[in-house]
Design a binder for this molecule. Structure first.
Ligand code: FEO
Ligand code: CA
Ligand code: CA
Ligand code: CA
Length: 670
């Protein structure tokens, strides 16, 4: 806070986009020429056609040097179309719109009491921080439904645990009158309590309506203050010692939890995405663990470090060097963030574990390849910032259903993706035991003391390895039958014409695209084959090498959330900016359904004003769908709400889950 900023209001940058911090060297001139030539070939369609064919119905060999690529096994094409509903049009209504024959109902909105003394939600924002700790958090994001019997059959479609992230907060809506400076400790307490994760025990009533199970021992809030452990290679490292945890084994809280992951053993993974901006470090030279991630030199995003009266749990957001020793200040606090965090929703007393072997970056989420008995466990995670990377983790120990657990996430090798312009790709190890990687580090003049140091500096390691800079990797999804991996690249307004390549083919990519790949030989392969599934954009946008041309039923921008249901429908959610929604041809943010084989694409849902549609899951029988609506009315000021969803009237907007059912009780999307 500067001296001049002692006014009663505070202007908080809530854009949610990480700054560009990847200034690593651009490719060599020779590589640039090669890229340009390959791009011309791609735009003409030749490469696109070749690569598209690995997944299309008319299977042929892929590009010329990849004749050893296996042909994926596709499920038989049934007579009935995969997508049976009638597409809806775009709109700018302050409601959730779904196709004819479907019903939608808000559920578990921000502030809904779920635990403790169940304090009722107050629409004047008078709930305290302590009450917020017993209520659903703000800005719902990644979500999963765990059937109550998930550890046995996993078939229960009428009772289970709904677990969801609360990515960040809207201070203009969270507080009566909005946020003020200096930050009163009560406001900061409430903001920290509105972050994190909710675990909610729910049941379907005989009426068909879903309800919270009151007083269930499973109901739990995890916040940005909940004690957590660091596990894996970074635990106890010199760079994570803090005043709170002088032995580097613990930290407090998880923040900016975007998408999620679901382990094969039925636990929940929450991803820490735009965490760096919550911290400040005003030291003359920030360490690479801070600067490469965008830790601020001025105040943190919400000015939490200025909370008054002061308290250790808030001062920790100032990572400047303030004492003689790392165990007497919070210079290392940001190093305890940027991880994937494992939560066991079925054990309310469990301590969340930050799984450091999975790398440290702006984790959007994490998605697993189908676990195969006796084979290594494989997972993918994207780093959502402009020009960052996509990663793959392979466990060292094989997956065994009977013994599977968090240990598989503590010991493995992290790889980063290089997408070659010929449609092939390589996984590049980030591993101190790999001679090639260490030779590249030496050549770049970079030293890593050990594997923990590599993981703390995952982005730097990936720069050195020679990874491909992507157009903001968001969610991934793995096809349930073919194991093909899909990734949303939401947009990248920083890519120049010179920086385009085959996998990121558009300069100033304002509308984004979706890519996919198939591993050669096995999930743990080091080589893959990729193609572009769709280029997003206005009506008329064509995806080269395919028949897909977007029309009024499916034009979209800024794809973000991706999820495959068990029938193999790919659900695609959008996160367009406020201006893209208000001024573009796309209307409000939306969700579409795609047939990955035919590339048929239809709009299924349109959200309320100024929301993001993010997070989707269904019950095992596919008759109930849960979708998260994040930050409706996110351009609200404290005295002017720009959405009143879901409560209507003059109410303040509330993020919420919606429950979608088909009126005939059938399968959603059929
Ligand atoms: Fe939180 Fe990358 O979206
Ligand atoms: Ca997202
Ligand atoms: Ca996004
Ligand atoms: Ca979001």
């Amino acid at each position: 806070m500067t001296d001049s900023k002692t006014a009663t209001s505070v202007n908080i940058d809530n854009s949610g986009i990480d700054p560009i911090t990847n200034f690593s060297a651009t490719p060599t001139f020779a590589a640039l020429i090669e890229n340009r030539m390959a791009r011309r070939r791609f735009l003409k369609g030749s490469v696109g056609v070749a690569v598209a064919s690995i997944i299309g119905n008319s299977l042929t060999a892929c590009s010329s040097d990849s004749s050893s690529a296996p042909v994926p096994v596709l499920p038989p094409v049934s007579e009935a179309p995969l997508l049976g509903f009638t597409a809806i049009t775009t709109n700018r209504l302050d409601t959730v719109t779904v196709p004819a024959g479907y019903s939608v109902k808000p559920f578990l909105a921000w502030g809904t009491p779920i635990s403790g003394s169940y304090p009722p939600y107050l629409d004047d924002a008078a709930n305290s921080g302590a009450e917020q700790e017993m209520q659903i958090g703000m800005n719902h994001d990644g979500i999963h439904f765990y059937p109550i019997d998930v550890r046995s059959d996993g078939e229960n479609s009428s009772e289970g645990l709904l677990v969801m992230n609360h990515e960040y907060v809207e201070p203009n809506v969270l507080h009566a009158g909005g946020p003020v400076l200096p930050r009163p400790v009560e406001q900061v307490h409430k903001e920290i309590a509105a972050h994190g994760v909710s675990v909610v025990h729910i049941q379907r009533q005989s009426s068909g309506e879903w309800q919270l199970v009151n007083n269930s021992p499973f109901n739990r809030r995890i916040t940005a203050a909940t004690p957590m452990e660091l596990s894996g290679p970074v635990r106890g490292h010199a760079k994570v010692l803090t005043k709170y945890s002088p032995d580097g084994s613990r930290t407090r809280g998880t923040i900016n939890n975007c998408a999620h992951g679901v382990t094969p053993w039925g636990t929940y993974l929450t991803a820490e995405e735009n965490w760096a901006g919550y911290f400040m470090n005003s030291d003359a030279g920030q360490p690479r663990e801070h600067s490469r991630y965008g830790v601020r030199s001025g105040n943190g995003r919400y000015f939490w470090e200025t909370a008054t009266p002061t308290a250790d749990q808030y001062q920790r957001f100032n990572a400047s060097t303030l004492a003689d020793d790392a165990t007497a200040d919070y210079r290392n606090e940001p190093n305890t963030f940027g991880w994937i965090v494992e939560i066991d929703p079925f054990n309310p007393d469990s301590v969340p574990q930050k799984r450091t072997a999975l790398g440290r970056f702006a984790h959007e989420g994490i998605v697993f390849a189908t676990a195969v008995e006796g084979e290594p466990l494989v997972a993918y995670s994207g780093d959502d910032a402009r020009n960052e990377y996509i990663y793959k983790y392979i466990s060292n120990a094989p997956y065994q259903r009977n013994t599977a657990g968090g240990h598989l996430l503590n010991d493995g090798v992290l790889y980063v993706a290089r997408f070659n312009d010929d449609g092939s790709g390589d996984w590049l190890p980030l591993d101190v035991n790999n001679a090639d990687f260490m030779a590249k580090a030496t050549a770049a003049g970079v030293m890593f003391s050990d594997q923990a140091d590599v993981l703390l500096n995952t982005r730097l390691a990936a720069d050195i390895a020679g990874a491909t800079k992507m157009d903001r990797p968001e969610w991934g999804a793995v096809h349930p039958e073919t194991d093909e991996v899909y990734f949303a690249l939401t947009n990248n307004n920083a890519r120049t014409e010179q920086q385009t390549d085959a996998v990121n083919p558009r300069a100033n990519n304002t509308t984004g695209h979706i890519i996919r790949w198939h591993e050669r030989d096995s999930q743990a392969a080091m080589v893959f084959d990729w193609d572009i599934f769709l280029l997003a954009g206005d009506v008329g946008t064509a995806t080269p090498g395919t028949d897909l041309v977007l029309n009024a039923d499916n034009h979209l921008a800024s794809p973000d959330g991706l999820w495959f249901d068990s029938r193999g429908v790919l659900w695609v959610q959008t996160d367009m900016s406020g201006s893209q929604q208000s001024d573009g041809p796309f209307g409000n943010n939306q969700m579409l359904a795609a047939d990955p084989v035919s590339r048929e694409l239809k709009r299924f849902l349109v959200g309320p004003l100024e929301c993001e549609v993010t997070g989707v899951v269904m019950t095992p029988d596919l008759t109930t769908m849960f979708v998260n609506i994040q930050h409706p009315g996110d351009r609200s000021s404290p005295d002017n709400f720009t959405s009143h969803w879901p409560d209507g009237g003059s109410s303040r907007p509330r993020s919420a889950t919606v429950v979608i059912t088909k009126d005939d009780g059938g399968v959603i999307g059929s």
